[in-house]
Design a protein around this ligand. Structure first.
Ligand code: HEC
Length: 124
């Protein structure tokens, strides 16, 4: 009887836990984006909030550029220098050309989620 009284609620509890599994970390776009930011080599040239490296500090990126521009830029920075005055200015300032990085559409979404999260200072 005692076993039943303890074991049964315990089993119920375990059941409730498995119904609502914790979200998989890797499935969150920002987390995957953080991994890509390193894996794709962005960290060779960029920091977020630690100053200029080879290229600009990406802190506050979303407050100085709009999302469509950021997407176009990361997708093909070389073409952007030919078409876009901001890209041309950056190139003139940093002297070296950011290479085209081969980012798939899914990876682009994940990278942008990360850049938005990590590059936007949290409100006090
Ligand atoms: C070889 C160095 C290098 C690598 C690798 C690199 N970048 Fe860049 N990036 C630059 C430079 C330099 C600039 C400034 C523009 C220029 O000179 O081409 C820049 C500019 C940018 C900008 C525009 C910043 C602004 O202030 O508007 C973004 C966004 C950006 N890079 C994102 C990325 C991402 C994301 C990756 C990885 C997928 C990456 N970069 C990889 C060198 C690099």
């Amino acid at each position: 009887m005692l076993v039943r009284r303890i074991l049964f609620p315990l089993l119920l509890l375990l059941g409730a836990c498995s119904v609502a599994p914790a979200p998989q970390e890797a499935a969150l776009p920002g987390v995957e984006g953080a991994r890509l930011f390193k894996a794709k080599g962005c960290t060779t040239c960029h920091t977020i909030g630690e100053g200029v490296k080879v290229g600009p500090d990406l802190q506050g990126l979303f407050s100085r550029r709009d999302e469509a521009w950021i997407r176009r830029y990361i997708a093909d920075p070389v073409a952007m220098v030919e078409q876009d005055p901001i890209a041309r200015e950056l190139k003139a300032q940093y002297k070296i050309q950011m290479p085209k990085m081969m980012i798939s559409p899914v990876e682009m979404d994940q990278l942008l989620a990360y850049l938005r999260e990590a590059g936007t200072p949290t409100k006090p």
